[in-house]
Design a protein around this ligand. Structure first.
Ligand code: LHQ
Length: 263
């Protein structure tokens, strides 16, 4: 399957999706949004994909909504931000969150507005030293969207999340690490190899359990302790029946590395 605005490459059980509008810092047009959602749906359906890397071509990760495309739609009249978000950005973020496979954001440059929301919707964020993050929305008189108001305070706490949203100030990769917004900062030249190493580990991991961990954590974010434990028990019931669990136990007693197949 070939796309116009993203690159989609699978190899060794690793899917790399590259946002590919480098001249516009990979700002998201309606086409890019629909292609990206389709890419994650394909990742879901393809059993050979056991981990996804999301990155940007050129010097940016993603500059958020393409403001030229947004203004064009507004000029035509009848454009509704609410409808647009509900029809495009929100389903994309939910598709990512519900994907039963890990997503690593390789943040190669600036992640702004909904581009930052996109990075926040990934499960792991590794940033190049020169990358930065900004809740750009307020600078154009908008509010954070695409899940930022839900995700950011959960990651870094209300105090700092609100400050970043109210000011729109740029956060460097080093600051983002200190805030707990990202998992790791690496030298620009080491980004690809660091992310590849982590992706290889996930590609050899018990994929079913990883999907269930994502599901359990997502549920627990909005539930009581009692409900979270009940849900853990139900999901553990599923994990306990997986082939990879049997393999994990066998490998433990045979004192050898487990050969997980993602089943
Ligand atoms: C862009 C963009 C961009 C188009 C850089 N669009 N061209 C909104 C509306 C609709 C529905 C749903 O949700 C949303 C949510 C949002 O995402 S709102 C927030 C949208 N994003 C922004 O407001 C960020 C705008 N961009 C910037 O503030 C800067 O470009 C940043 C800080 C990201 C990077 O600055 P620089 O490194 O100085 O790069 P630059 O500004 O020179 O940009 C390079 C090129 O990319 C330039 O094009 P040009 O043809 O002049 O070389 C920019 O116009 C273009 N570009 N962001 N969002």
């Amino acid at each position: 399957m070939s796309f116009e605005t993203i690159l989609y490459a699978v190899g060794n059980n690793i899917l790399t999706i590259t946002l590919n509008r480098p001249d516009k810092l990979n700002a998201m047009t309606p086409l890019l949004l629909s292609e990206l959602k389709e890419a994650f749906q394909q990742a879901d359906a393809d059993p050979t994909v056991r981990v996804v890397i999301l990155t940007g071509a050129g010097r940016g990760f993603c500059a958020g909504a393409d403001l030229a495309a947004a203004s064009e739609l507004m000029m035509k009249g009848g454009f509704s931000y609410e409808e647009n978000l509900n029809a495009t950005y929100n389903p994309l973020i939910l598709t990512m969150q519900r994907l039963q496979k890990p997503i690593i954001a390789a943040v190669n440059g600036v992640a702004a507005g909904a581009g930052m929301s996109l990075a926040l919707a990934c499960d792991i964020r590794i940033a190049a030293e020169s990358a930065s993050f900004l809740q750009a929305f307020v600078k154009i008189g908008l509010i954070p969207d695409s899940g930022s108001t839900w995700m950011l305070p959960r990651l870094i706490g209300m105090t700092k999340a609100l400050e970043l949203m109210l000011t729109g100030q740029k956060v460097t990769a080093a600051e983002a690490l200190t805030l707990g917004m990202i998992n790791q900062v690496v030298l620009d030249a080491a980004l690809v190899s660091t992310v590849q190493n982590m992706a290889q580990q996930f590609a050899a991991a018990p994929t079913k359990a990883i999907g269930l961990i994502k599901q359990a954590m997502s549920f627990a974010m909005t539930s009581t302790l009692e409900a979270a434990m009940k849900n853990e028990a139900a999901l553990q019931g599923i994990a306990g029946k997986s082939a990879d669990h049997l393999e994990g136990i066998a490998a433990f007693f045979e004192k050898r590395p487990a050969a997980f197949r993602g089943e």
